[in-house]
Write a protein that binds this ligand. Structure first.
Ligand code: F6P
Length: 359
């Protein structure tokens, strides 16, 4: 291996820069291997937009959010959106990517991404590209790894929001609803809800009954707790309720969040409890800003292990945290979704301390 390419794909996430830095430094210092940064994820791979990276390029970025390489969650090379006769069409541009990698003599590719990007990485591996993945997502919904990087930062941001909502909820005797990210899995809601001492946590894995949530809040009122904090994952739904995530039909196949589950629940809770209710949608605040120290450490470990994996020939693998170690696991396993186990210890502990899941 003489030259490694690195790209960041999908939604950004705190810790991306720390991974890039670790990749570059490890490649240069430990293996004397060059690194090329691919700009804007797979878009740069299709269109041949690449820059050489050296220690200078990654100086002073361990604490910075976002990604110095840029990213996009469009531009799947296997289903590349193009305009043909004024119409949207999709083409397979994967061969073009392979040619670009050859042109730059890149003989190892590190893809830092979530399920979408790692799926693409897996497809490239099937075509013979020497690729290694790094698990990135604030959602923590990738199997095979204990934690993805970015999750701890998102949980920290959401917990701080809950702390702030607590004081205003208590002063005004209100129900405060915090809608956090998590389309398919409720990890952020669960972790931040437990850390922030929420009264109700609603997640996609546990369909909820609003009547039970109302009862829980009313019972708190009777005990003199005249306010409540509800943390809801954007993908949560009532028993029999509709999914809030739908596919965008025109222009792109990206999911678009219609939002509003928090708002919808607020309206219903206000009616059934007769309490004033307010909603905060945390949105992309939980994806921005500096990574926590735990994420900086995890990202550094992932970045350096990804280079080790490339040098050892673990292609078609993703580096995963299996506490206390980072190990390579096949991408086929890694891209499966990891959901919260409703019978798991953390949900049970949350219930034991009086948190309702509306079930
Ligand atoms: O997967 C990460 C994530 O932040 C989800 O939690 C969220 O639903 C989605 O990305 C938002 O994507 P976008 O930035 O495209 O709105």
């Amino acid at each position: 291996i003489k030259r490694i390419g690195v790209l960041t794909g999908g939604g950004d996430c705190p810790g991306l820069n720390a991974v890039i830095r670790a990749v570059v430094k490890t490649a240069i210092r430990r293996y004397n291997v060059e690194v090329v940064g691919i700009i804007n994820g797979f878009h740069g791979l299709v269109n041949d937009v690449m820059v050489p990276l050296n220690e200078e390029s990654v100086a002073g970025i361990v604490h910075r959010g976002g990604t110095i390489l840029g990213t996009t969650n469009r531009d799947n090379p296997f289903r590349y959106a193009v305009e043909k006769d004024g119409e949207l069409a999709f083409e397979d541009r994967s061969e073009q990517c392979i040619q670009n990698l050859r042109k730059h003599n890149i003989d190892g590719l590190i893809v830092i991404g979530g399920d979408g990007s790692l799926n693409i990485a897996h497809q490239f591996h099937a075509k013979g590209v020497p690729v290694v993945g790094v698990p990135k997502t604030i959602d923590n919904d990738l199997s095979s790894t204990d934690y993805t990087f970015g999750f701890d930062s998102a949980v920290t941001t959401a917990t701080e929001a809950i702390d702030k909502l607590h004081t205003t909820a208590e002063s005004h005797h209100r129900i405060m609803i915090l809608e956090v990210m998590g389309r398919y899995a409720g990890w952020i809601a669960l972790y931040s809800g437990v850390a922030g001492g929420a009264d109700v946590i609603l997640i996609p894995e546990i369909p909820f009954d609003l009547g039970k949530v109302c009862d829980h809040i009313r019972a708190r009122n009777e005990r003199g707790r005249k306010f409540s904090i509800v943390v809801i994952a954007e993908g949560a739904s009532e028993k029999g309720g509709e999914m809030v995530v739908q596919q965008r039909v025109e222009k792109s196949h990206d999911p678009i969040r219609l939002g509003g589950i928090g708002q919808e629940i607020a309206h219903k809770l206000e009616l059934c409890t007769q309490m004033e209710t307010r909603v905060t949608v945390l949105g992309h605040v939980q994806r921005g800003g500096s990574p926590t120290s735990a994420d900086r450490i995890l990202s550094t470990r992932y970045g350096s292990s990804a280079v080790d994996a490339v040098m050892a020939g673990y292609f078609g693998h993703m580096v995963a945290l299996r506490t206390p170690k980072i190990v390579p696991v096949p991408l086929t396993e890694a891209i499966e979704m990891k959901k919260v186990n409703p019978q798991g210890q953390l949900v049970q502990a949350a219930k034991a301390v009086g948190i309702s899941f509306g079930d």
